[in-house]
Design a protein around this ligand. Structure first.
Ligand SMILES: CC(C)(COP(=O)(O)OP(=O)(O)OC[C@H]1O[C@@H](n2cnc3c(N)ncnc32)[C@H](O)[C@@H]1OP(=O)(O)O)[C@@H](O)C(=O)NCCC(=O)NCCS
Length: 160
């Protein structure tokens, strides 16, 4: 994953993927903390790196545009985290990361991509649906939510 990528509709320099490493976790956490009301902890990322999950960052010059973390199963890949820096959302970077994920997953021989998304996260669901992911299930009370409540996850999958 080292191709130079044209920014889809933006004035940033060219972007490229690089492995997420422990040294990059400060920058990753800075985005994670602003992108979610219930962000992953640093430990969630460290554990993912230790486990050998596919974890890539997308960088344009000095700017960290976004990142994703995915776990390979037997014949499927499970997308665990995909995030674009809030000020760079809506410019096509998310779709570009979905492309990279699908390409990598096919290369691993996977036949399906899976993900969970908060029931309230309509923006992400729309992006996935436009990409070709289909809703295949719902997990009750999967995510923590405000005021000690829980929120359902929508399960979506994409045949590769
Ligand atoms: C969800 C998320 C990763 C999507 O990334 P993104 O870069 O904002 O997504 P994109 O820009 O690729 O696509 C968003 C929309 O912008 C549109 N778009 C694509 N290229 C564009 C461009 N050049 N100019 C303007 N809009 C564009 C896309 O068509 C898409 O529209 P759609 O949702 O109607 O299909 C990002 O919004 C995010 O990090 N959100 C917070 C964290 C989160 O919710 N993560 C997902 C958890 S499951």
């Amino acid at each position: 994953m080292n191709a130079i990528l044209r920014p889809p509709g933006d004035d940033l320099p060219e972007a490229e993927f690089a492995p997420m490493t422990p040294e990059r976790l400060d920058a990753v956490m800075a985005i994670e903390a602003t992108a979610y009301p219930h962000p992953w902890t640093r430990g969630n990322f460290s554990d993912s790196l230790r486990a050998g999950y596919q974890a890539q960052v997308l960088v344009a010059g000095d700017t960290l545009v976004g990142y994703f973390v995915a776990m390979k199963g037997v014949d499927e890949v499970h997308l665990l985290n995909i995030t674009v820096a809030p000020e760079l959302q809506g410019q096509g970077w998310g779709r570009l990361m979905l492309d990279a994920l699908a390409t990598w997953s096919r290369g691993q021989g996977a036949q399906w991509l899976w993900l969970e998304v908060r029931a309230s996260n309509e923006r992400a669901q729309r992006l996935y649906a436009h990409y070709g992911y289909r809703r295949v299930g719902q997990r009750k009370a999967y995510y923590p939510a405000a005021h000690g409540r829980r929120e359902d996850a929508i399960v979506m999958s994409l045949p590769l």
